[in-house]
Design a protein around this ligand. Structure first.
Ligand SMILES: *Cc1c(COP(=O)(O)O)cnc(C)c1O
Length: 404
């Protein structure tokens, strides 16, 4: 029998934080914080204050006073609190998709001195946008995609990567936590394997940042990108971040060379010269309003500590796995059973899960569905209770029973 949810909530040192999120008092069960995190209550006040005092009060002066630097200020905060990245290597702007494009092109340019490196390595179960962008970059740069076939209930292993990298590899693009299975890749080991072959590595941290500790500097990663509207609760369409390791910053070039990434934007000069440092990864005007909510969540993760967030995340996914085994005997676990190899969500597989998900949404239980047959339970550590997980899984059982 799984431990009782009431006991787990009573012993949870992070339980008191849950009331800080909008909607946490309602009976709705929210199991999709890995697609769109709940807003913090403080964010409502922050947005209102921003409109009245900063935007409305400071007007264009706001750019000189703080907005211009915000992509670097918030980038450094994400780096320090969540990514194990020293200051000066992370900047916020654009969407993850656009930053993937810029980062992949930057990596290809960094490898230009070695024309034999013509391959981009991607796994077939990487997030669609990562695969599509890699495909476009390969076509644009006259390169070839080298695919890794993966088990969709797991992800890329060290052995699989070692098999495909070599003198022909320019770049390896990997997700740290797989969006479908939650497979937690070994960041240090996979980076080392790519580097031993002379390749660069671009990590997609969209499903890790804010829930799983990341150590980009210690891994020796080259580039990374990630979303802020998932576990960083930045709100729909909040901007993404990009990391470029300090050792590449003097020479890195990206293809959308706009004025906001230029050395002196307000000189309005005749030609582009890149800004020093990671700011050169920017292109146009930074999305200032989009960074406000995310700053609130970062402050909270900083207060709690990413280690404590991860500990609760493991507790929640273990509880979900145990409850599912108990309540849903004919449903298969489509995520790693070992919590050390699993990120912050759990996917459960059954042929009826598409129909189940639609009915769950009608009953105010909100997970999401991923082919094939996957019910994906995203358990955002600071806004989800153990009891919420149990209420969700009991409703899954009721809905499944009703459909059979
Ligand atoms: C969510 C997610 C994205 C989303 O990219 P957008 O440009 O924000 O739509 C990209 N990659 C991964 C791995 C994701 O999980």
């Amino acid at each position: 029998m799984p431990t009782s949810s009431a006991d787990l909530d009573a012993q949870d040192p992070l339980a008191p934080y849950r009331v800080r999120f909008v909607g946490s008092a309602s009976s709705l069960v929210y199991l999709d914080g890995n697609s769109l995190g709940r807003p913090l209550r403080t964010t409502a006040d922050r947005l209102a204050t921003f409109v009245v005092e900063e935007w409305g009060g400071r007007l264009i002066r706001g750019w000189d006073e703080s907005w211009f630097e915000l992509p670097e200020v918030v980038g450094d905060e994400i780096g320090r609190v969540c990514l194990g990245a020293a200051a000066g290597q992370v900047v916020v702007g654009d969407s993850t998709t656009v930053l993937l494009y810029k980062a992949m092109r930057a990596a290809v340019a960094l490898q230009a001195a070695d024309p034999a490196r013509t391959e981009l390595v991607v796994d077939r179960d990487n997030f669609p946008t990562d695969r599509y962008v890699a495909d476009g970059v390969a076509r644009e740069c006259g390169m070839t995609l080298r695919w890794i076939d993966v088990d969709t209930t797991a992800g890329v292993t060290a052995e699989q990567l070692a098999e495909v990298v070599g003198e022909q590899t320019a770049l390896v693009v990997l997700s740290h936590v797989a969006y479908r299975s939650a497979w937690l890749a070994d960041g240090a080991e996979l980076t080392r394997i790519a580097h031993d072959a002379g390749a660069l590595v671009l990590w997609d941290l969209s499903h890790s940042v804010g829930s799983v500790p990341v150590e980009l500097d210690a891994w020796g990663a080259d580039l990374a990108v990630g979303c802020t509207y998932k576990y960083l609760n930045g709100g729909p369409g909040s901007p993404a971040f990009v990391y470029v390791a300090a050792r590449h910053l003097d020479v890195v070039e990206q293809p959308v060379q706009g004025w906001m990434g230029a050395q002196d934007p307000f000189l309005m000069g005749p030609t582009y010269a890149p800004a020093p440092g990671v700011r050169r990864m920017l292109s146009g005007t930074p999305p200032v309003v989009g960074m406000l909510a995310l700053q609130d969540m970062l402050a909270l993760v900083d207060e709690v500590g990413i280690g404590a967030v991860r500990a609760k995340s493991v507790g929640l996914t273990e509880h979900a796995v145990e409850l599912a085994a108990d309540l849903l005997p004919d449903v298969a676990l489509a995520s790693p059973a070992d919590p050390a190899r699993r990120g912050g969500h759990v996917t459960l597989s059954h042929p009826l899960m598409r129909e189940v998900t639609a009915e769950l949404w009608r009953r105010d239980v909100v997970p999401d569905y991923r082919d094939p047959h996957g019910l994906r339970l995203g358990l955002s550590p600071l806004s989800t209770s153990y009891d919420e997980v149990e209420r969700g899984l009991r409703t899954v059982r009721d809905v499944l029973d009703g459909l059979r």
